[in-house]
Ligand binder design. Structure first.
Ligand code: ZN
Length: 256
């Protein structure tokens, strides 16, 4: 019993020290998937209901965050764009149709920006975005990125399949009439140095992972960190806690 007490005391001291450390530099990239009231049961945990999403965007605005795109992040990295005082990037993986039907109207009502990563072989299938919806989003200022052709975890695939997934998804989007895409999201957050080399050769400029933390202009643009926004059980309090989690992760593993 005394041992358990000592353990919790140590944890409490550890967390207090972490919280007392100065806030780490860097801005968050939020990782979303779906925004709907009716997610399929297996996707429930990855879904943020529209009302919650609306409240999250209100919270970001009230706290002076400004959304930017990954394209703007890269421009800033090259001195061609001034980052706002509190930048944040909203990303959506997998290309679900509700990103167009449910998320986009809420985003536009807030005059905010986002990045949407599509799985090209899923486009047009039930529940997924159509090519026309993707084109319309790009016209309306959403940055479109690739989440590969088939959503295979690339770290366990051979070189040929890695290249196919990375290159052909980009070519498909381009040949379908979209402006060139430069943003990439690793399926399941899985990556290795081979995949990064392919991304560079295929002219992608950024890639987001599932690693938790914050990003700065000095961050490697091919291993950008994110904060996963799951279906919240505790409303905006949980959202704030997730933003704080990225800061804590950064304090534990700072980028030198
Ligand atoms: Zn995914």
């Amino acid at each position: 019993m005394r041992l358990i007490g000592a353990f919790f005391l140590l944890v409490a001291i550890f967390i207090s020290i972490l919280l007392a450390l100065p806030s780490p530099e860097g801005f968050p990239i939020l990782e979303y998937h779906m925004v709907t009231d009716n997610p399929p049961p297996e996707s429930e945990v990855y879904n943020v209901p529209p009302e919650e999403f609306d409240a999250q965007l209100d919270y970001l605005q009230q706290n002076d965050y400004t959304t930017i795109t990954l394209h703007e992040f890269m421009l800033a990295k090259h001195g061609k764009f001034n980052l706002p005082p509190k930048p944040i990037i909203l990303t959506f993986d997998d290309g679900y149709e509700n990103v167009y039907t449910e998320m986009l109207p809420i985003l536009e009502a807030h005059k905010m920006k986002a990045v949407v990563y599509v799985i090209t072989n899923e486009l047009g299938k039930p529940g997924y975005l159509t090519l026309e919806q993707v084109k319309d989003m790009q016209r309306r200022g959403i940055e479109i990125g690739s989440h590969t052709a088939d959503h295979l975890p690339l770290d366990t695939e051979g070189a040929e399949m890695q290249l196919h997934q990375v290159r052909d998804s980009r070519i498909f989007l381009h040949w379908s009439g979209l402006e060139p895409v430069y943003a990439f999201s690793y399926p399941n957050g899985a990556y290795n140095s081979d995949v990064i080399e392919i991304l560079k050769r295929e002219k992608y400029l950024t890639a987001v992972t599932g690693d938790v933390g914050l990003n700065t202009l000095k961050s490697d643009p091919y291993t950008l960190k994110r904060v996963h926004i799951r279906n919240p059980h505790f409303g905006i309090t949980e959202f704030k806690w997730r933003l704080m989690k990225a800061e804590l992760a950064e304090k534990l593993t700072p980028n030198f």
